[in-house]
Design a protein around this ligand. Structure first.
Ligand SMILES: [Zn+2]
Length: 246
């Protein structure tokens, strides 16, 4: 029988392939973790293994102090940062770290990515902020992530002269944020080559963010036994399709 922990290991393992698929990582430089809902446990990638040899069984289970609870291998060297985020943000169920090139370039110059296109208003609801420079080894990176994202709409932070950390309600949402962060980092960079870039007016950012977070996408599937019933008049109106805001 598969347990919730088994399913989380399989999910976290599979999501590492998405980092490769979307061009966010070179060699073994990124990692995904997920919190086991309702527990003090997280699942994270083992350190130094290439993405195409990862298996669910190799995933490391840690407590929220980053101590290994289950697994043969050493956990990712970024485990302390992930664990700090889970300890301090009970709402977070997934964390991703990458050195994706465009976003990391913005981090290298220490400049937030301005919220200059509607896709950023949708997904980030603000500029993507820059967090402090911090070296690996203790809680400094985790503290910088939490301090920067606290009260911020953006699920992504550019840790100065390092790379991207993203958070989400689960591991998949954090991976999506990492993909979108790199996408907008690239687009806004390209725009800069063509001319000055201006931030969207705040009221438009607010409207975009509100609509995307609350209305956009497919309504949850109706229970099977109710599928033949007419939709209630107050059913939320949904528009567009995944990945194509309309
Ligand atoms: Zn890193």
């Amino acid at each position: 029988m598969t347990t919730p922990l088994d399913r989380l290991k399989a999910e976290v393992c599979a999501l590492h392939a998405e980092l490769l698929r979307w061009g966010l990582v070179a060699w073994t430089s990124g990692n995904v973790s997920g919190r086991l809902p309702g527990s003090e446990l997280m699942v994270i990638k083992p350190s130094g293994l290439s993405y195409d040899e990862l298996t669910p069984e190799q995933m490391i289970v840690c407590d929220l102090d980053g101590k290994v609870v289950e697994g043969e291998l050493s956990p990712s060297s970024d485990t302390a940062a992930h664990a700090y985020v889970y300890r301090n943000r009970p709402d977070v169920g997934g964390v991703v770290h990458t050195h994706s090139p465009y976003a990391t370039a913005w981090s290298a110059v220490g400049e937030p990515i301005p919220c200059a296109i509607t896709a950023m208003g949708d997904e980030f609801g603000d500029d993507i902020p820059v967090g402090p420079f911090a070296l690996i080894g203790d809680d400094s990176i985790g503290q910088g992530i939490v301090a920067t994202l606290d009260g911020h709409r953006s699920p992504a932070v550019l840790m100065r002269q390092h790379g991207v950390f993203t958070i989400g309600k689960n591991a998949k949402a954090a991976v999506k944020a990492a993909v979108m962060c790199e996408d907008v980092a690239r687009t806004v960079h390209l725009a800069r080559q063509l001319g000055p870039v201006s931030r969207l007016p705040q009221q438009d950012i607010d409207r975009l963010y509100d609509r995307y977070q609350n209305v956009y996408g497919q309504a949850p599937a109706a229970p099977a036994q109710a599928s033949a019933a007419p939709a209630p008049a107050q059913a939320p109106v949904t528009v567009g399709s995944e990945g194509e805001p309309a």
